[in-house]
Design a protein around this ligand. Structure first.
Ligand code: NAP
Length: 267
């Protein structure tokens, strides 16, 4: 088994990484940052997202494990004080993995060239200083003419991130669905959008045809300045992200603890 460790540089994280390396060395695990079977991240959800993009071309053959330093995250399923248990579980013969949907984003340029990206959380199309005007199609049927700051298309695991801040629903990650939320849409007697988040079935896709020669597209935390694109197509990817030994925390309890607070926090 070849393992890579990706981490942030917080003091607490560095201590956890040192202990983790020691435990893995005792078990004769091979460290291979280039072609790992397992990527263990130590840090927050942002650390796991960065590692996902670093290994995105090998996503079909890699399993991820997230160790959270600080609060429990959504991708980071293991507490740092459970390292021994995690390493023992890692070395069990039958891996128990969970896989979750990814978002495939295809940017079609004016010249018809296609550029593909994979997002773990979401991708958004936005304009910052002027209104974004775009036709939005679902399965090639015109759905609405959008005017506003932009739209965000998120995965189920990304539904607790930017999507949630935009008023989107939190979706259980076992559901294979895409969600589109509007970012400050203009609605008046002349311009009208649905004005509520929509959730698409697994085989459906969204096409955004912007009526603008430049706009911004985000893929998770990264920003691309796009010039003269014809359209952007969003669909569930045929690839998934695989987590090893994931899901030993109840999803809705994690949502509650992250956004509402522990029972202990109640006054
Ligand atoms: P970042 O600073 O790495 O992340 C911003 C916050 O979002 C961090 O607290 C991060 O948790 C949390 N986060 C990331 N993925 C999450 C998920 N699936 N569920 C719940 N919380 C999550 O920001 P970035 O590098 O610019 O972008 C990374 C992601 O952060 C984006 O994909 C976007 O979804 C989210 N984000 C949200 C907003 C917003 O809600 N207005 C703004 C910017 C970015 P950790 O502290 O555990 O890393």
């Amino acid at each position: 088994m070849r393992v890579a460790i990706a981490h942030n540089n917080n003091d607490e994280t560095l201590k956890v990484v040192a202990r983790l390396k020691q435990l893995l060395e005792e078990k004769d695990v091979v460290f291979d940052a280039k072609y790992p079977d397992i990527v263990i991240t130590v840090g927050g959800d942002g650390t796991l997202i960065n590692a996902f993009h670093r290994y995105v071309n090998q996503v079909s053959s890699i399993r991820f494990i997230g160790i959270h330093t600080g609060h429990l995250g959504f991708y980071t399923d293991w507490y740092s004080d459970n390292l021994d248990k995690m390493v023992d579980a890692l070395l069990m013969h039958e891996p128990e993995s969970a896989s979750y949907p990814l978002l495939e984003v295809t940017l079609v340029t004016e010249a018809g060239e296609k550029k593909r990206y994979l997002a773990l959380n979401e991708s958004a199309v936005k304009r910052v200083s002027h209104t974004l005007e775009a036709n939005i199609y679902i399965d090639d049927q015109l759905f609405e003419n959008f005017r506003g700051d932009g739209v965000c298309i998120s995965t189920p695991t990304g539904s607790t991130a930017y999507n949630k801040s935009l008023g989107g629903a939190v979706i259980h990650p076992r559901l294979k669905a895409l969600q589109m939320t509007e970012i400050a849409s203009i609605n008046n007697r002349i311009f009208r959008t649905l004005s509520s988040p929509i959730v698409l079935a697994p085989d459906q896709w969204i096409t955004v045809v912007p009526n603008a020669d430049h706009f911004v597209m985000t893929v998770d935390g990264s920003r691309l300045n796009v010039l003269n694109a014809k359209k952007i197509i969003f669909r569930i990817s045929s690839h998934v992200i695989q987590f090893d030994r994931f899901g030993h925390h109840h999803f809705w309890t994690r949502v509650k603890n992250s956004f509402i607070g522990d029972d202990n926090d109640a006054v």
